[in-house]
Write a protein that binds this ligand. Sequence first.
Ligand SMILES: *[C@@H]1O[C@H](CO)[C@@H](O)[C@H](O)[C@H]1NC(C)=O
Length: 842
Amino acid sequence: MHLYRQGWSFFLFLCMCGAICESFHYSVPEEKKSGSLVANVLKDLKVDVKELVNRRARLVSEGTKQYFQLDPQSGNVIVHERIDREALCDQKDLCILTAEIVLENPLQVQRIEVEIEDVNDNSPQFSKKEYHFKIPEQVPMNTRFPLETAEDSDKGDNAVQNYTLSPNGHFTLDVKSRRDGSKYAELVLQRQLDREENAQLFLILSAVDGGTPKRTGTMNIVIDVLDTNDNFPQFGDSLYKVKLRENTPRGTLVTKVEATDRDFGSFGEITYFFSQVPKNVLKAFSLNKHTGELTVAGSIDYEEERNYAINIEATDGGGLSAYCQVMVEVEDRNDNAPEVTLTSLTSPLPEDSPSDTVVALFRVTDRDSGDNGRTACTTEASLPFLLKKSVNNYYQLVTQQPLDREKDSEYNITVTATDGGSPRLTSTRIINVQISDINDNAPVFEKSTYEMQLWENNIPGLLIGLIQAKDLDTEQNSKVTYSLLPGEVSDQPASSYVSINSETGNLYAIRSVDYEQIKEFQVTVRAVDNGSPPLSSEVIVRVVIMDENDNAPFILYPLQNGTSPSNDLVPRGAEAGYLVTKVVAVDRDSGQNSWLSYELLKATEPGLFSVGAQNGEVKTMRPINKRDSLKQKLIIGVRDNGHPPQSTSATLSILLVDGFSDPYMKSVDVPKDEMVQEEDRTLTMYLVICLAVISFIFLVSAVVFVAVKIQKRRKFIASSTVNFPVGPNYPENYEDVDSGSLSRAYNYEVCLAGGSLNSEFRFLRPLFPVFSVEPSQNQGIQKMSTGSQEVPSHAAEGQLMSEARGAVSEDAAARAGGPSCAGNQAITANANIGQNDWLAYQ
Ligand SMILES: *[C@@H]1O[C@H](CO)[C@@H](O)[C@H](O)[C@H]1NC(C)=O
């Protein structure tokens, strides 16, 4: 029923509202304590307390919460529950709670409105406790930074009325009102920010409301000052001084440069660079761009660079730079050996250079400095050179003793240079000095005299031997040429006999020689070197002619010309061993070639005669018989001992006569003896005359011969082309009496090379063989036209002598009145004499 009543009442209320609805209006502050009086409704309801109770007045709230109560005993409306305006109405400007006071009998519903008044029960509030700003340090002054507004749930004056900022050096606060009257604040920069001074600012922003008491809300403002590159890097030192030994290995730390930058991050990050450094620095050093470590990167050579000035730039990330300089002073080490530099050298040096001749000029240098570069210089003491120091580390090498190229043809002079460093360094240089030749040595023959042998009958142009001279000098000074000195060989120029090859020293025979004519000769050979002036020496060359068995034995007796065969007479009464005659033969060769032996080749009566093998004596072997014929003929062979032997034969006619008395052995009586003596004296006288005549003729012919010779020589000298009659020469002295035979008669036309040393024979050829002996050379001698060149002219001479003797003995025989056999006997003796003479000559 109650519900019904309520619903109905409410219906009434709605109905009445249109007509009589006029509500009572009250107000009460929020947050009042329960029981607090809101208003007394008695007056407004125009009822008293009794009626109020009687009519069971009560208060009906809308909604579930009963914020108010009606006290019927007093008619007071009191707060029943806590009222929070902000909770009920939020930010509405008017916050009204409604309720009805319901009276029964008669039902009366009176609407009441209670306005909830705001009380400052809320503080301003910021959405965050802390607010972060990032502001670059370089922002200009008066830049504004709007701040967040604070919220206050309270309304009106209780809402935020102002903002304040904690004291600080940089910002002020500018508070402004919006159109709606709300306030907001901005930060205004009053002083430049500096990150390096204060990287973060802490501010407190307070919002104040207008209540009483005032309530505040705060917020922390954190300002991060952002860095700008406002600081240059800075070096601790603007100049670094470093001493560095040369040859420091690569990678060695030289120094470390360091720059700082107060900026932050990349602006404070420093990189190091070389700044405009020359190439040699770049080669020698490297710089770590991050750490600033300067290290050795190349060779550090004091001799090349003593100082380095290295500019280093430090740059931060913002491109700001600072500079410093590293002065590197290189310290010397003894790393260079002295050097010997040859300035001039006299090589080859003539061996006759006098003492103190400058051979070499050189300089000793050392690239190091100080003691390391102080040098001294020495050379071997044993050499004939002396070192002379002159100014400015120049040295002269001079000769000290005479030189002899033939002893030492070159010198290797070691020059040793030492420096004063520690350890010392040394270097050596070998100066090679050649000694040049001076023609100070004459050619020297290998032998003091030469003796050579030459077989006779040699072919022209035959090599006789070799003559050698050595010259101790070199090259042209030692080039020896040979020449024959003018000289005579048997009245002929020596050059017609031999010639010498001017270069090889070979000695050649120019013509064929005849031992029987000339047994030896000597020539003088001169050796001349090619120096200037030339030196020469001479040697005597003796050429000994060797005999060949080229002459057959020649029978002197008995005469063999066949026209007047001579008979030897043998008395029939002769006993065995009777010396009949003696075969006399000669051989113009010598030695063995002239040893003759005789033998009986053929006899009319074999066994009657014998021939002495050695002496050629023909003797009877037995007494002569009656039967032995009157005429006996013997052929006797004569042979020499040569190889091969030559032989000839003689024919001997012997008459066996009766009554012939042997003059030596038998018929020796006084008158006869006196007569014979008389005869002998006469004979001797004739012989002497004969000899004198022969000698005279010989002398005359010799004189004529010499005259002709001289005449010829003049012609020869005039024309230098000469006819050499090589063959027959008339004997000119006794020794040559047995020579002069025409063994090989050739005429040579010899064109002697005038002064030429190179050719032995320019031209040498036989013209024609001559078989006849020139009369001029065989004056007074029977002209021979034998047609054979082998017939010795000597034979003619022998024949002449024999004929002369024969004439004498015939004369004597005629005067003696005896038969010619006596003459023959005498001839035998003479022949013996002749032979003896002959042999004596030999
Ligand atoms: C000098 O030196 C050269 C070259 O090394 C060498 O051929 C020569 O034999 C040396 N001479 C002497 C005299 O040592």
